[in-house]
Design a binder for this molecule. Structure first.
Ligand code: NAD
Ligand code: GLY
Length: 385
């Protein structure tokens, strides 16, 4: 029997699904698929790291439930989120004669989830897929909500589809093998949920950050559940990001710019989002949307999580050009999520002159902190074309 856990429902009419949060849950993946009525082939898309750690457990669970499973391995990391690797996955599915009733399992972090979901969306015009997320970023964000996709050489996540999974399984036990840097990066997305939707949850994080950093079981379970509840509620109201869903991008306007300026090597996603939230809150304060106290409170929590909080040394022109590539740009105008109070945000249009004034008026950054501190300088880098 799986250890008890909790379940969050993503309500999207006929495309509704459950998010199962279960410590040790991957041992029961076969049963969960069986319960959904699947009987055919199962393709498990993963990478060598996750496969080495957990591949046997998953294969055993599928075998015991009577499934014929095929492992499809792609390289680790962001470099695998390409059309070339989608094509390789599709080749495997064709060769193994996968049918419309077959199911694809995305077994790994956000990279695996995004590419597998996209392959599932296009193979035979759509076959069912299940997210089995193994990183904190994937468990609190990417596995829920149906954004799937890959990168184009000219930009991140430029090719994709909204395609919902039919089940999300979050086995919190798998988080114990995550490298510390990946765990801490995921905490940025966790803090984001407190800022955008739930002041009480933000206060809970302030009170439980030490426990969270020690991977305390009940605290981790509670935090993942609350993040999934918030994400599920936003996605249920605005699946295709025509309005409300944009709040999930808090910290991402500047965060994505920093990722691209660092050519995706300087900061990993969550680290860039952490610095992005610090900057976007400070910019919001400068524009009169929120208080100095909010800025300090948020910055302190991000710092305590072990995330970097300083904007690296860079030129305003480079930052602004990178911000213009954000997906929230409408008719050439940059839009940004700004905090009003802890737990409440809104989306506003930004003028270049206001951002420039904020940028040049910032207090001189102190020494960089956090796990990415050593890398926080862009002096030798340039903007992606
Ligand atoms: P990732 O998938 O690259 O995983 C990070 C690292 O952890 C990898 O090296 C991976 O092999 C390793 N790993 C995974 N699980 C492990 C485990 N249990 N133990 C040890 N190592 C493990 O990165 P990520 O942070 O999970 O995801 C980032 C990606 O997700 C980006 O491509 C981003 O664009 C995407 N994303 C998508 C959405 C969405 O809504 N679809 C949301 C946020 C992020
Ligand atoms: N990660 C942002 C979203 O799912 O909309």
């Amino acid at each position: 029997m799986a250890r008890p856990g909790s379940t969050v429902r993503v309500s999207l009419g006929k495309r509704s699904y459950d998010v199962l949060i279960r410590d040790g849950g991957i041992r029961h993946l076969g049963k969960y698929l069986w319960d959904l009525g699947f009987t055919g082939k199962v393709g498990v898309v993963t990478n060598p790291i996750v496969h080495r750690l957990y591949g046997r457990r998953v294969a055993k669970s599928l075998r015991e439930a009577g499934f014929q499973s095929h492992s499809i391995l792609i390289p680790d990391g962001e470099r695998a989120k390409t059309l070339r690797w989608v094509s390789r996955i599709l080749d495997e599915l064709v060769r193994a004669r996968f049918e419309r009733g077959s199911v694809l399992v995305a077994f790994g972090g956000g990279v695996i989830g995004d590419i597998t979901g996209f392959a599932a969306a296009v193979y035979l015009r759509g076959i069912p897929f299940v997210q089995v997320a193994t990183t904190l970023v994937a468990q609190v964000d990417s596995s829920v909500g149906g954004k799937t996709g890959i990168n184009h050489p000219l930009g991140k996540n430029l090719i994709g589809a909204f395609y919902q999974p039919c089940l999300v399984l979050l086995d919190t036990e798998t988080l114990r093998t995550l490298p510390e840097r990946e765990w801490v990066a995921g905490l940025a997305e966790v803090i984001k949920y407190g800022m955008i939707a739930d002041g009480k949850f933000f206060a809970y994080l302030e009170n439980h950050m030490s426990a969270l950093l020690k991977l305390d079981g009940p605290v981790v379970q509670h935090v993942i559940k609350r993040c999934c509840e918030i994400k599920a509620s936003v996605v249920a109201k605005d699946e295709r990001e025509v309005g409300l869903r944009r709040i999930l991008n808090y910290g991402h306007t500047i965060g994505h710019a920093l990722e691209s300026l660092g050519q995706y090597r300087k900061f990993i996603h969550g680290e860039a989002v952490g610095v992005g939230m610090v900057c976007e809150a400070d910019l919001a304060r400068d524009l009169g949307y929120c208080s100095e106290e909010l800025v300090g409170r948020q910055r302190e929590l991000i710092r305590r999580a072990g995330l970097p909080v300083e904007l690296p040394s860079l030129r305003f022109g480079d930052l602004w050009s990178a911000m213009l590539h954000d997906k929230k740009v409408v008719k050439g105008q940059v839009h940004c999520v700004v905090p009003r109070t802890v737990g409440k945000v809104e989306v506003v249009a930004l003028r270049q002159s206001s951002v420039k004034r904020w940028f040049h008026g910032r207090k001189t950054p102190g020494p960089a902190q956090g796990t990415a501190a050593r890398q926080a300088s862009f002096s030798l880098l340039k903007v992606n074309p």
